[in-house]
Write a protein that binds this ligand. Sequence first.
Ligand SMILES: Cc1cc2nc3c(=O)[nH]c(=O)nc-3n(C[C@H](O)[C@H](O)[C@H](O)COP(=O)(O)O)c2cc1C
Length: 278
Amino acid sequence: MEQTAKQIGIWVFSGTGNTEKCAKALQDALTEQGVSANLHTIADGSETAPERDLVICYPVYGFNMPRILKAFCRHQLGGGNVWFLKTSGEPLHLNDNSSAQMIRILKKKGYAIKGEFHYIMPYNMVFRHTDELASLMWRTAQERIPDAANRIAEGTETPIAAPLSAKLVSALCRIEHWFYPKNGRLFRIDEKKCVHCLSCVKRCPTKNITYSDGRFRFGKACIGCARCSFNCPTGAIRIGLIDFMRVNGPYDFSRDPASARIGRYCRKAYERYFEEED
Ligand SMILES: Cc1cc2nc3c(=O)[nH]c(=O)nc-3n(C[C@H](O)[C@H](O)[C@H](O)COP(=O)(O)O)c2cc1C
C-alpha cells in the first residue's frame, strides 16, 4: 500500500450542480476517513492548487472534459497524486477516455495518476431524465462515494483504461471545444418569456453573457456548460444549434428511487450500472 494522502484538494468544475453534489459527498466521506480535504471551485481554469494531491472533478462533455479543465491542469505545480471524479448522463464506455487530455498534461508535470471515479447523474443536456431516475442516480452515487474515499485515503491505484472506440470517439468529439464558443454566439433570448432576472448573466462561469441598455449580448467564451439555460426560471434561453437538446429546470432528487423506471435509451447500460457491485 502506498503513502496515505493526508491533505487533499478537491477541485470542482460543475455546470449545473451534479458534479458539485458528488464532490461535496466525497469531501464528507474523506473527512469521515480522517483525511483533510479542501473543496475548491474551478472558476476559469487559472487557479493553482496549494495541495500536492488533487481530486479533479468534472462533468463529461462530448466524451471529453470541459475545455477549461485543460487550462486548470496547465496551471498546476506538479509532483503529487491525482484522482478524477466525473459525472455523465449515460453509463457508456464511450465516456471512458474523457480524462485523456488532462492525464497527458499532468503526467508531464510529474503527477502520478491514481484513478478515476465515474458516477451517472441526470442529463443536463440531450433529454430530461425523470426525477425518480435522477434520485436513483444520486442515491447510487452516495452509496459508492465512500468506497472512492477509502481508495483515496489508502492510496489504492485503479488503472484508467478506455476501449479503442472511446479513444476514437473522444478524439473526434474534441471538435466540440471549438464548437461551443462559436455556438455561444448564436444563443438568443425569447423576449416573450424573459423576466430580466439576470440569473444567466450572474451564473455564467466565463462571463460570456452581458446585459446593457435592456439587451443581452453573448460573447465568444461559451464552454457549453448549460448553466444559463438550465437555470433560467422561464426557459427563455435558446442555445443555438443544440437547442433541440436543451434541458431546463433543476431535478428533484428527493423522489422515491424505488419507483424509478429506466427508459429504452441505453437501457442495458443503465441496468448494468445500477446493478454493479461497489
Ligand atoms: C455540452 C454537454 C455535453 C455533454 N456530453 C455528454 C456526454 O458526452 N456523455 C454523457 O454521458 N453526458 C454528457 N453530458 C451530460 C453531463 O455530463 C451530465 O449531465 C453531468 O452530470 C452534468 O454535470 P454538472 O451538473 O456538474 O454540470 C453533457 C452535458 C453537456 C452540457
